[in-house]
Design a protein around this ligand. Structure first.
Ligand code: SAH
Ligand code: SF4
Ligand code: F3S
Length: 481
């Protein structure tokens, strides 16, 4: 976390216009309020953040926590906290439904604790119809904000504390990147770092470009500064985050490639492992393959969402590559880095998907032989071009295809994963195993987990583990000194 002396901020005058100074001013204002509550109640107010969706959202929640802890709120695991923030996701309909169900539950908690403050933010809030529905059906929600103004939490919270009225602030888009705000980190040894925000790809099924705005890259110096600061706190593994990391740097004043950024991060001595998410196949360069091949720190893992194996559907999805392009790319990657682990995302039941198109997806899965794959039933998102397509697939057919796909993925990936049994792999020891006492859980380069006997003191360190047994998507192993 950043060391800022809130006591030095003059709270008698107007708030500064410049960011992040303005937000520190409001953090200090909130802290005064928190101190008053503390005196009144005999204990400080608490907060909890509940995060839905992807790693971008998890990272955003860490920023929310950073702001609240500076303001004096105490973290709580319980949703009976003074301030509850839901950081929402809207990538698929079920992500949405989940959130509505739980807001209802929050309403019942608030009846018991009238002083409770409920805040909603994140991707769902960037949709007009969602905000309308919340205003109408969930009047007990206190603060609504979106993805672009997440850094303004302190200011919005202060408005709510002061006026006791609902605060709604939504920005349609932004070109701003506010640096130097606080952020909590969940683990003491690994952390995510945003390298870019937004997305310009407009895959025809996807809502992300509408709710996260246009692509903006952070300046390389800012990223490297953050990574260095994280190493001072003990971080040894970083995950570089972006919706399409392969197009990092293209829009910067001094354009730079993602591969170059990786090389710079690798120079930071205390960083031992580098991961990144997500790679769009259309922008994966030979330069990146070369850098990965020669790197000692970049994990031998690529998450390379294919979405479909049918060139016809890929075109409808606006993915800008064909089945052959993708297979050729995989060949180039595997030629350069034979032991690389490949994972993917696949959508089943995209509008107009025929049995033949689906067979192409099964075929690509068999040919690439992924280490694992995330599979999704197509979900219609209003406002996206695919939602207009007439030939929406019958849910029954989509579900049946989904099951067939799962079976093929299980067969092909278990083939690959079994091959690692007996090998010695470097793992980052992450936690104690909650199921089996005495066991630790570590993460392999390929992002899979291994459980093995070991002392708690090893947590946060890299160790060699011999994989003794493959259990589907995880392993058992033994420490190998
Ligand atoms: N930027 C990343 C993906 C972000 S969303 C990329 O391009 O790879 C994560 C995954 O959700 C996508 O890869 C896709 O498989 C899935 N997804 C996105 N929109 C979807 C929709 N409308 N229905 C079903 N799955 C969807
Ligand atoms: Fe969505 Fe495509 Fe952007 Fe990924 S690249 S976030 S799937 S629009
Ligand atoms: Fe969901 Fe937003 Fe991520 S829609 S998947 S939380 S970018």
């Amino acid at each position: 976390m950043y060391e800022i002396d809130l006591d030095k901020i003059d709270l008698t005058g107007h708030p500064p216009d410049k960011e992040p100074e303005r937000q520190y001013y409001f953090m200090a204002k909130c802290r005064e309020y928190v101190q008053r509550l503390n005196e009144k109640w005999g204990h400080p107010p608490t907060y909890t953040t509940v995060t839905f969706g992807c790693q971008m959202n998890s990272k955003d929640s860490e920023k929310l926590s950073g702001i609240l802890e500076i303001a004096g709120f105490i973290p709580s695991e319980s949703e009976e906290a003074t301030l509850v923030i839901y950081n929402t996701c809207t990538v698929r309909e079920n992500a949405n439904t989940k959130v509505y169900g739980r807001i209802g539950y929050l309403g019942s908690l608030k009846k018991k604790h009238p002083e409770m403050i409920i805040a909603l933010c994140g991707c769902m809030m960037q949709e007009e119809q969602v905000v309308e529905k919340i205003k109408k059906s969930y009047p007990f929600v206190d603060i609504i904000f979106g993805t672009h103004n997440i850094f303004r939490l302190a200011e919005l919270l202060y408005q709510r504390l002061l006026k006791k009225k609902r605060v709604i602030e939504l920005w349609e888009n932004t070109d701003q990147i506010v640096e130097e705000l606080p952020s909590e980190i969940k683990y003491s040894f690994k952390a995510g770092v945003n390298i870019m925000f937004g997305c310009n790809n407009f895959c025809s099924y996807c809502i992300v470009p509408y709710v996260r705005g246009r692509e903006r890259s952070r300046r390389m110096e800012d990223i490297l500064d953050e990574v260095k600061r994280l190493t001072d706190q003990g971080i040894i593994e970083v995950m570089l985050l972006g919706q399409n990391v392969n197009s990092y740097g293209k829009t910067l004043q001094d354009p730079i490639t993602f591969a170059k950024l990786l090389q710079q991060v690798e120079q930071i001595e205390k960083i031992k492992r580098i991961r990144f998410m997500t790679s769009h196949p259309k922008d994966l360069s030979d330069e990146l393959i070369e850098v990965m091949k020669n790197s000692k720190k970049i994990c031998r893992h690529l998450h390379l969402p294919v979405q479909s194996g049918s060139t016809r559907i890929l075109q409808q999805m606006n993915r800008k590559y064909t089945k052959e392009d993708y297979l050729h790319l995989v060949e180039r990657i595997r030629d350069a880095i034979p032991d690389i682990s490949l994972t993917t995302d696949i959508i089943v039941g995209f509008p107009g998907e025929t049995e033949q198109d689906f067979e192409e997806t099964l075929d690509i899965v068999r040919r690439v032989c992924y280490d694992s794959a995330y599979t999704f039933l197509y979900s219609k998102r209003s406002g996206t071009p695919a939602a207009q397509l007439k030939e929406q697939i019958e849910p029954q057919i989509a579900k049946e295809r989904f099951q067939r796909l799962l079976k093929v993925i299980q067969e092909t990936s278990s083939e690959r994963l079994k091959k690692l049994t007996g090998t010695i792999q470097q793992v980052l020891v992450e936690e104690q195993n909650t199921q089996q006492s005495g066991y630790l859980t570590g993460r392999l380069d390929n992002n899979l987990l291994v459980h093995f006997l070991g002392e708690k003191s090893l947590i946060g360190q890299l160790h060699n583990v011999k994989l003794t047994e493959c259990k589907g998507f995880y392993y058992f192993g033994e420490l190998n000194y």
